[in-house]
Design a protein around this ligand. Sequence first.
Ligand code: SF4
Length: 176
Amino acid sequence: MKKLTLATIWLDGCSGCHMSFVDVDERILQVAEKYDIIFSPLVDVKEFPEKVDVTLLEGAISTDEDVEMVKKIRKSTKTLIAFGDCAVTSNVPSMRNHYDLKDVFKRGYLETSTDNDVIPDEMLPKLLDKAYPVHHFVDVDVFLQGCPPSADTIFYALVEIAEGRTPELSKRARFG
Ligand code: SF4
């Protein structure tokens, strides 16, 4: 059977979902039988590929660069997986959504600073007014819930997709 290509990426995430992916342990060999990992923090490739079969996208969409990236990913990807609760609901990054952006900056760069208390206004991606889930900007094919999703759930979803099936995720435990 022809292997699929797999990309993994995190935007406004903590990398915990990727750590859970690594927790598939020796089953990574079974993943490698079904997928070529062509883009990921785990491999040294800088440009997101033009074409990829499956992408695991961790994290919320929080900056103008995230918006640009998520649109590029969608355009290049056949099956887009919102990977973890930050991607599915905006989760932890959305804790700031209850506050004005100026108050968020003030808290982060002035009130809690011990040195160099300046709000940066250049050379950084522009923060959106709120943190958004991935599906706010693009269509998502599979929602993989959990903070993080368990290694078992990630493995199950990848195998199902590789076998041409739609993963049944509604009954799977969200935590562990
Ligand atoms: S869902 Fe949880 S583990 Fe995954 S990026 Fe968000 S906070 Fe981290």
